[in-house]
Design a protein around this ligand. Sequence first.
Ligand SMILES: [Mg+2]
Length: 434
Amino acid sequence: MSNNHASTRQPLPSLTGGAGGGSASTRQPLPSLMGGVGGGSAPLPDGRGTGVGLLFIDRDGTILQEPADEQIDSFEKFHFVPGAISALRFLRQHTDYRFVMVSNQDGLGTPSYPEEDFWPTHNLMLEILAGEGVTFDDILIDRSFPEDNLPTRKPGTAMLTKYMDGSYDLANSYVIGDRESDAQLAKNLGCKALIIGLTPGPSPVGEGSSAHCASYIVHSWQQIAEMVYAGVRQATVTRTTKETDIAVSVNLDGTGKSSISTGLGFFDHMLEQIAKHGSIDLDIRVKGDLHVDEHHTIEDTALALGEALLKALGDKRGIERYGFSKDGASAAVEYTLPMDDCLCSVALDFGGRPWLVWDAEFHRERVGEMPTEMFLHFFKSLSDAARMNLNIKAEGQNEHHKIEGIFKALARALRMAVRRDIHHMQLPSSKGVL
Ligand SMILES: [Mg+2]
């Protein structure tokens, strides 16, 4: 992404009062902003035919906190959503996305929502944002009531037709909002949605979303900045042999949701630990030759999962790389996790070189349907496919606790290693490649 926003991001004078932030007198509501049918601004002065991406940004509940009565009509109700200003500032500085505010303001201009109750706080918001370098290329407000069923009202797209003529890169654009109607707007536009949810996210909203108009629930503006700037880290791997048929989907920026079916209950339970404690969304479907034994099912699942992790990491820019470093040292430090009588440690390095150190003894033949000899084999295969260095140690008596503790410690180490910092998007390697 280039940094040429200075030439492409001039706010339209008619919308924001000019590049200097404008005076109060230039921010009076303009007919073009007052929405309703056909509401909108003049076309953008440039950007057509350049494949420019767009951020369609909701206002209430997204930039400003939404009060219970859903009307920000006084300064007492004027509060920014935490993190909104800094994330918008970051995205303005580091991306070329156009910023388009799209807001429903029910009954604006009617006795139920007089103009004079709306504009003072709206203009203050714009002034504060402009002071941080956050300007909008377009601001579109629909002022109809839900019962009017106007096509301009979100999730309708009638205010946004100028962005739907093929000149913009909608597949790589986002609606950022807080409601299902924002997710629906994204679907109607053919772009992605980032929905600020009450529960930690992100995870896909709804079933059957295509990659182009997938919706994600996110828990913070920080996460929005990460996902817009550095992309969504998910990957799907399918692996079909005469022995197994496997599909694995991974979302490294997930919430720990999982749907796992390998045909082996205990193995499913262990893989769920990776999702839950790694805050990674995992979908794993395995049809293995269990009539032979469990070997191929476990080994091939590890290979597919490792490949999916590696693929989702992409070029690894900005990641922590190491599984745990509690003292801030550069070398990997073990993530140590107790589980009743057991103490399990996992350290990992996504340095590109597979290696497994395994220091755990099991004396039972099986835990559940899982042969204990397959534990080492699982982690060896995972390390090979993900090209990571895995160092695993476990001590204790209870075999179930021991292996579960290992999976949980692995999950925690993964969670730390894949964490990324968009303010430092360098490769965590002096070699320049991982
Ligand atoms: Mg909203």
